[in-house]
Design a binder for this molecule. Structure first.
Ligand SMILES: Nc1ncnc2c1ncn2[C@@H]1O[C@H](COP(=O)(O)OP(=O)(O)O)[C@@H](O)[C@H]1O
Length: 145
């Protein structure tokens, strides 16, 4: 099982509220470095890693155990060189990452981006509030002191 000391190339986690630009940046970073990009939402859709249906959010929740099992071989590899995009970081074992970036975005821009994505007012408000409070940055600081 690789650790930051034994991995050949670093693993990078890109977190932040939905709409801050994680998948855009993650793909660019992976392309430039020749790393593999795991966009978690896409990985979940393509590999049937959903859990139960959530009525309030009108979508399936993620089955976290299934996701972790699904990517653990690549994340624990001695090679490293993985870029992962997910909105939080406390789901993952700390040993998986050498670099954690938290993307931020102005609330005006975030609002417009989430509206353009067709999110409900409820979901937009919740995500914009999360951005105002800097919740995901705090989560990352707690996990990776
Ligand atoms: N640096 C940027 N400048 C302007 N627009 C951006 C930037 N990064 C992403 N976007 C746009 O913002 C929207 C959300 O980006 P996306 O990468 O899908 O965010 P996330 O993966 O965090 O949900 C997309 O329409 C994307 O084109």
């Amino acid at each position: 099982m690789a650790t930051p000391e034994t991995r050949r190339k670093p693993n990078i986690l890109i977190t932040g509220s939905p709409g801050t630009g994680k998948s855009t940046l993650g793909q660019q970073v992976a392309d430039r470095l020749g790393f593999e990009f795991i966009e978690v939402s896409k990985e979940v859709r393509e590999n049937n890693l959903q859990g139960e249906f959530d009525e309030q959010y009108n979508c399936h929740v993620l089955d976290e155990d299934k996701l972790l099992d699904h990517i653990s071989e690549r994340m624990d590899s001695e090679n490293g060189g993985m870029v992962v995009d997910y909105h939080g970081c406390d789901l993952f074992p700390e040993r998986w990452f050498d670099v954690v970036a938290v993307l931020r975005c102005s609330t005006e821009k975030l609002y417009d981006r989430l509206q353009a994505r067709g999110y409900t007012e409820f979901k937009i408000k919740e995500n914009v509030e999360c951005e105002i409070f800097g919740s995901l940055l705090e989560e990352a600081k707690e996990s990776y002191r």
